[in-house]
Design a protein around this ligand. Structure first.
Ligand code: ADP
Ligand code: MG
Length: 435
């Protein structure tokens, strides 16, 4: 397409400076995906996406018409939506570097008891890379800010002219395969071993990929040897990642391992206030408290709710009331849970504990199976509408009293064992966010 890559700069003169800096500045025109009658613009997150869609799509259209005489459809999409589209169209030929999300900054990150240790660790790495702690390993449940924090350090270091490589394990694997296939491993090694800072997200996906672990091990050693900062994230402590080579495990533990816990109520409230401020959403304290209480822990889910509230209230031109919020939340929670079945929950529990679903549903009384079965029963009861007799039948138990007994047991454990509670929260998060 014959459009200047930075054509959105033209909007700078047409809209408020605040909106420009907050939204338009972070958009990237996707030249590669755009077509004669359709252009794609990538937004860094759903909030920006919705905002731009509702307020500036038409302006962008007008701009293209006035500057380039083009009449096109303007699509504001998220990054993964573009790559999906591409892969369904053509085999992806070039793998682009994963870009850092510019809105993942330290300033935009709300610090509270649940994440302050991880925050301090990563902040120190952004100030003195490779010197204090190397590697830094951040672990915690889904949507708790691991990627955000790691990229915040990446953004700071990139701005001070360091060569920063951010990748997920999945992209690292694809990159690796492509270079092996094209027989140019030197290029691969140059990219990953010659950078100043390497950020690898979701390390748990290295599990059971021996060749990739081998390659990663050498990458790690090369960087570490030169005092280059490495930051890693995962959903659990290195020790708990099954199928990870011992030498990698011990190297990860050798640096600084910091966890991120689900945010406490006050932190959730602070996060909601922060997001409202950034996105100019007006909510009263009662609504804020309500959202913070209903959404258990996942910050991504909180963002989803806010952007939905905002979009609906704008489109329908009504104020956001508590009643309105309750309705939206009801839909959202229902939406999240509607796909959950006894099978899918049992499968997730089995996967998490390295068991087979059939083992969980068997009559075996072995200790680890009883443990897994109890968890599965509890989660099935919490996350589906199944009755106790239905659960008894599904899990091959005598009758519903066995189910109520199990649920009581788990509730007791949840009250008395903090580690167990975290584990169940994490699992719940995983199950509800993958459905
Ligand atoms: P994870 O990588 O742990 O799954 P992300 O880093 O992707 O989670 O965070 C999910 C979303 O929640 C992101 O949009 C991120 O900006 C936001 N987020 C998470 N924690 C915080 C926080 N403490 N303050 C502000 N935003 C946060
Ligand atoms: Mg992440």
């Amino acid at each position: 397409m014959n459009i200047d890559k930075n054509f959105l700069d033209y909007l700078r003169d047409e809209i408020s400076e605040v909106d420009y800096n907050r939204y338009i500045k972070h958009l990237i025109y996707d030249d590669k995906s755009s077509m004669a009658d359709k252009i794609y613009i990538i937004a860094p997150n759903a909030l920006v996406q919705n905002w731009v869609k509702s307020r500036y799509s038409q302006k962008i259209k007008d701009l293209l018409e006035s500057h380039y005489s083009l009449i096109v459809d303007v699509n504001i999409v998220l990054k993964n939506q573009v790559s999906e589209k591409k892969s369904s169209k053509l085999k992806p030929k070039v793998q682009t570097h994963s870009l850092l999300n510019p809105s993942h900054t330290f300033e935009n990150f709300v610090v509270g008891g649940s994440n302050q240790f991880a925050y301090a660790a990563i902040k120190s790495a952004s100030e003195k890379p490779g010197i204090l702690y190397n590697p830094i390993f951040i672990y915690g449940g889904v949507g708790l800010g691991k990627t955000h924090l790691m990229q915040a350090a990446g953004n700071v270091l990139q701005n001070s002219s360091k060569v920063v490589v951010y990748t997920t394990v999945e992209q690292f694997l694809n990159d690796f395969i492509r270079h092996v296939r094209n027989k140019n491993m030197e290029k691969f090694q140059e990219k990953y071993r010659k950078c100043d800072v390497l950020l690898i997200d979701d390390i748990q996906f290295l599990t059971n990929k021996e060749t990739l672990q081998e390659e990663f091990f050498h990458t790690f050693e090369a960087l570490k040897g030169e005092g280059k900062q490495i930051i890693l994230t995962a959903d659990k402590h290195p020790k708990k990642i099954a199928g990870l080579e011992k030498r990698l495990q011990s190297r990860f533990e050798h640096g600084l391992v910091a966890d991120i816990q689900p945010p406490e109520l006050e932190t959730k409230i602070a996060i909601i206030k922060n997001k409202c401020q950034i996105n100019k959403i007006r909510l009263n304290q009662e609504i804020i408290n309500y959202i913070a209480t209903v959404i258990e822990s996942n910050v991504r889910e909180i963002e989803g709710i806010l952007s939905k509230l905002h979009a609906y209230s704008r489109l329908m031109n009504i104020d956001i009331t508590l009643e309105f919020t309750k309705n939206i939340l009801k839909d959202q929670l229902h939406e999240n849970r509607v796909n959950l079945t006894l099978d899918s929950i049992t499968q997730s529990v089995a996967k998490d504990l390295n068991l087979k679903p059939s083992e969980i549903r068997s009559k075996s009384r072995s200790k680890n199976l009883v443990y897994a079965r109890r968890i599965a029963i509890y989660l099935c009861r919490e996350l589906t509408q199944s009755t106790m007799p239905q659960l008894a039948q599904y899990f091959n138990l005598k009758d519903h009293t066995a189910i109520s007994h199990t649920i009581k047991k788990i509730q007791e454990l949840l009250e008395n064992d903090e580690d167990f509670k975290v584990k169940i929260d994490e699992l719940t998060n995983k199950i509800t966010s993958s459905s």
